[in-house]
Every structure is written in C-alpha cells, then in structure tokens.
Design a protein around this ligand. Structure first.
Ligand code: HEC
Length: 133
C-alpha cells in the first residue's frame, strides 16, 4: 500500500511537470482588447507548429517565408501574397491552414492542424491591418 501511494504520488508529480512544461511552450495570446503583435503573438505560433522550419531562414518551400511581415506580403510561388491586410478569410495563409486548402496539402504539412484559437489570433492580426509590430 505504501508502495502504491508512493508510486501514485510520483506519477502525479511527473504529470504536473509534463503539464506545466506544455503550458510554458504554448505561445501566449494577446490580452483582451490588446492589439495582436506579429513578433509577440503570431511568429511564436508559426514557430510552435513548424511553419518556420519549412518556410524560414534555412528552407523556403514554394519560396515562402513566414518569419517576416515583408515576406508574408510577398508570399509564395503559387498563391501570391500570403496575407491580404484587412481580409483574413481571403488570405492564402489562413486558407492554407483550413481543411480545404487552395493548394496541395493542409498546413502545417504532415502535422496536426493549428488550433482554431491560434488561427483566430492570426486572423485578428491580419484584420487589424497586418502591421509589422
Ligand atoms: C514540412 C514542411 C512544411 C511545413 C511544416 C509547413 N509547410 Fe507550408 N508548404 C510546404 C510545401 C511543400 C508547400 C507546397 C504545397 C504542398 O506541397 O502542399 C507549402 C505551401 C504553403 C503555402 C502556399 C505557398 C504558395 O505557393 O503560395 C502557404 C501559405 C503555407 N505553406 C503556409 C504554411 C504555414 C502557415 C505553416 C504552419 C502552420 C506551414 N506552411 C508549414 C511545406 C511545409
């Protein structure tokens, strides 16, 4: 019984470490009413979901880079400008993360979809004018 209690306690400690660890990795969204910032809120989402691994400094699949606003506005080979300031729903960046992407595979390629709450943060940033902030 003592052994069981110790094991259970040990598992609880481990579980809480794992859970706390996950929370630390999750990008922090903007506070209510706060403008979305590209560098503070949007870029960390791209980093968490591997977008910057394939569309960043080392690799530029389809010539697209998502690690700068300037490059997002230029966009990729197939769909053109990835971001249309003020129009998230028409922006290829958002559409390519949806269940019906306009080109090839849903992004991030080969990984779990970006959660809706994080996609909404990106939508807000685009609809607020896609500023380099
Ligand atoms: C493992 C590599 C990989 C990852 C990770 C990845 N992409 Fe892609 N991306 C590609 C490839 C390859 C294409 C070309 C289309 C295809 O093959 O489906 C592409 C195409 C795109 C396009 C269209 C570019 C054009 O030609 O106009 C957009 C937008 C895009 N990705 C955004 C993203 C976003 C946002 C993420 C993260 C949520 C992401 N990608 C993650 C490999 C990747």
């Amino acid at each position: 019984m003592l052994y069981f209690t110790r094991t259970a306690a040990g598992l609880l400690v481990m579980l809480s470490i794992v859970l706390t660890g996950c929370n630390d990795d999750d990008p922090v969204g903007p506070d209510p009413g706060e403008d979305v910032s590209f560098s503070q809120h949007v870029l960390p989402i791209f980093q968490q979901h591997g977008c910057t691994d394939c569309h960043g400094a080392t690799l530029q699949e389809n010539n697209l880079r998502v690690d700068s606003v300037e490059r997002l506005l230029i966009g990729g080979d197939q769909l053109g400008p990835a971001v249309i300031p003020g129009n998230a729903e028409e922006s290829p960046l958002i559409r390519q993360m949806s269940a019906n992407p306009p080109l090839g595979n849903r992004m991030p390629l080969g990984m779990s979809p970006v959660p809706e709450s994080q996609q909404n943060t990106i939508r807000d940033w685009i609809n607020e004018g896609a500023e380099d902030n």
